[in-house]
Design a protein around this ligand. Structure first.
Ligand SMILES: [Zn+2]
Length: 176
């Protein structure tokens, strides 16, 4: 398993902090993922679509073509006591809330109209304990979610609720 951001070796200046609890009040689900190289997890340009983008670094290094995959980049607004702040959820944290890979959710949304909006609605109001840190990347302006623990008893990842809503059989894979 690689790091979430392809950008390793940054200086970790600010310590992560964990507020007692926070509430998700909004989820920006219209663009919840980005394409990354499945080998090195570098961000791939989206503008080369419809042809699958290839990783410039890996295609130089290896003779076989490298595939791409989707990783989460989910922007949430969370309320901590009386403040509302935007935070960025990358793959590991977002998977806890959504319950499947970004590729899986992307495909689900492609074949189920308004699934992104529904997912946003499902996540809204969810109470969690989040560990937050300053972004490692200098260009990023939002706090980053390091880890998330849903606090509600009976919490189900969003994909479970989506499958129920759309009447999709859940038999082939249930990761909890
Ligand atoms: Zn690569």
């Amino acid at each position: 398993m690689q790091n979430i951001n392809g950008d390793g070796g940054g200086s970790r200046s600010n310590k992560p902090w964990t507020p007692t609890f926070c509430t998700i009040i909004d989820a920006e689900t219209t663009s919840f993922s980005y394409l990354a190289c499945s080998n090195c997890e570098r961000v791939l340009p989206n503008d080369s679509l419809p042809n699958p983008p290839t990783c410039a670094v890996c295609s130089n290094k290896y003779t076989f073509p490298t595939a791409s995959k989707r990783l989460y980049r989910l922007l949430l607004s969370i309320a901590i006591s009386d403040k509302v702040i935007p935070v960025m959820c990358f793959d590991r944290a977002a998977r806890v809330l959504v319950g499947c890979s970004a590729d899986e959710l992307f495909n689900f949304c492609k074949s189920h109209p308004f699934a992104e909006e529904k997912m946003g609605e499902i996540l809204e109001g969810e109470m969690c304990q989040m560990t937050l840190c300053e972004p490692k990347n200098g260009n990023a302006q939002h706090l980053r979610v390091v880890s998330v623990v849903p606090l509600r008893a009976g919490f189900r990842p969003a994909i479970h609720t989506l499958r129920l809503l759309y009447g999709v059989d859940n038999s082939h894979r249930s990761s909890n």
